[in-house]
Design a protein around this ligand. Structure first.
Ligand SMILES: Nc1ncnc2c1ncn2[C@@H]1O[C@H](COP(=O)(O)OP(=O)(O)O)[C@@H](O)[C@H]1O
Ligand SMILES: [Mg+2]
Length: 393
């Protein structure tokens, strides 16, 4: 009798073991071997029937199972496979006959924890095999429990995040509306002041200053409202037949003064032949104004910006190129995402929320078009290319 020094035995309730074996001699042999284990830690049950064995494993009635290879017309391996097909795993040791190495591999493959040759079976071998099988099965059950627990925790965290995200969207919508409400009376008051036509120079200057600030505030609020429309899927287009020239006219009306103010040269190249498309003039104007506004913001005074319109086949390509600060390769893929601003400390301009390009992309895609950005890196300027489908004529 040998004891394994690596495995400490704790004084616990006896382990319930089921022998599934149609040979009664094996039953006596096994009982004897288990009876020899010091401390008598096992209680042995026995069944000669395949079906009873299978039911027992599936019900998890015992701590461990000893399974004979031959079970009448069927085999222990078949039984194991059937148990596994029903989603049951249990600590199982398969008894094999001598020289069945192929069977041994099959046994492990079918989910047996171990296999023992009946011929050389000692009580120490049997004891150790059962203890390892039970320990292993407890360990994997514990592992499964931990995985389930962790999955559960992650699902909860995920739900909490989604909830927070939804509340953020709601907050944005409410914030935008709350900010817009006081703007209208302020703008009306400014209009009244303008009409009162106070010729005093200081009053006029202060009034104009307020008008500029209010206009800027209004743009921010409108952008915020658009963001909440994007996130809630409420952004709508009013489509009508247009020409790209109509759009560019309103774009230039709105943008030209900005370029003059910061001493940037704006070079415009638009064909005179009308290019027709189906679109929302206000939204398309917003798209190109946003891109031009960025070009102006991220280009130092004295720089240049090109606005080029080229129709070709079933689409028209609008390119806006600048000689500004450029965009690094790793920032490029992110600039169209909401709230993305590449290191704002680098840029002289401090206005903006990182919303413009996200809106641009959304609006262009809603028109069936695409937008892309290119830059050879910091200091080399940037190019924005917008394709829009044109109306067949
Ligand atoms: N023409 C450009 N040159 C360099 N960087 C740009 C240019 N246009 C956009 N970017 C970068 O993309 C970011 C996102 O732009 P945008 O969504 O319009 O937000 P915002 O203008 O409010 O910063 C900008 O903050 C800037 O870092
Ligand atoms: Mg912008």
């Amino acid at each position: 009798m040998s004891t394994d020094p690596k495995v400490e035995r704790e004084p616990v309730a006896p382990l319930l073991v089921l022998l599934i074996d149609d040979d009664e001699d094996d039953r006596f042999l096994t009982a004897e071997r288990l009876g020899d284990v010091p401390g008598k830690p096992y209680t042995l049950d026995w069944t000669p029937y395949y079906s009873e064995g299978l039911e027992a494993i599936c019900a998890g009635s015992h701590d461990a199972y000893l399974l004979d290879f031959r079970l009448g017309k069927q085999t222990g391996i078949e039984l194991l496979r059937e148990a596994r097909a029903r989603g049951r795993s249990a600590p199982v040791i398969l008894f094999t006959s001598q020289g069945q190495s192929r069977t041994d591999l099959e046994a492990l493959d079918a989910g047996a924890d171990d296999y023992l040759e009946k011929a050389g079976l000692t009580s120490a071998l049997l004891d150790r095999a059962i203890r390892y099988a039970v320990a292993q099965s407890r360990e994997s059950a514990e592992l499964e429990r931990k995985v389930r627990e962790r999955t559960n925790e992650l699902a909860q965290a995920n739900a909490a995040l989604r909830d927070a995200d939804r509340r953020k969207d709601e907050f944005l919508a409410i914030l935008a509306h709350e900010l817009r409400n006081p703007l209208t009376p302020i703008m009306n008051a400014l209009e009244i002041l303008r009409l009162a036509n106070d010729t005093g120079e200081p009053v006029r200057r202060q009034r104009e200053r307020m008008e500029r600030q209010v206009a800027q505030l209004k743009r921010l609020v409108e952008d915020l409202l658009d963001v909440s429309r994007i996130t809630t899927g409420k952004l709508r287009l009013t489509l009508e037949p247009l020409t790209i020239q109509d759009v560019m006219e309103s774009v230039l009306d709105m943008s030209r003064s900005q370029f003059e103010k910061v001493q940037l040269e704006l070079i415009v190249d638009i064909p005179t032949q009308p290019v027709r498309l189906e679109g929302d003039c206000v939204r398309l104007t917003q798209v190109f104004c946003n891109v031009l506004n960025n070009a102006a913001k991220f280009t130092e005074p004295g720089g240049r910006v090109w606005l080029t319109v080229v129709p070709s086949g079933n689409r028209v390509t609008v390119t806006i190129r600048d000689t500004g600060v450029g965009i690094s390769a790793n920032a490029l893929p992110q600039i169209f995402a909401l709230f993305t601003q590449v290191d704002r400390t680098l840029h002289r301009s401090q206005t903006g929320l990182g919303i413009g390009l996200a809106l641009v992309r959304r609006l262009v895609e809603m028109h069936g078009g695409t937008v892309s950005a290119h830059s050879d890196g910091p200091g080399t300027g940037a190019t924005f290319t917008i394709h829009l489908p044109v109306t067949r004529t």
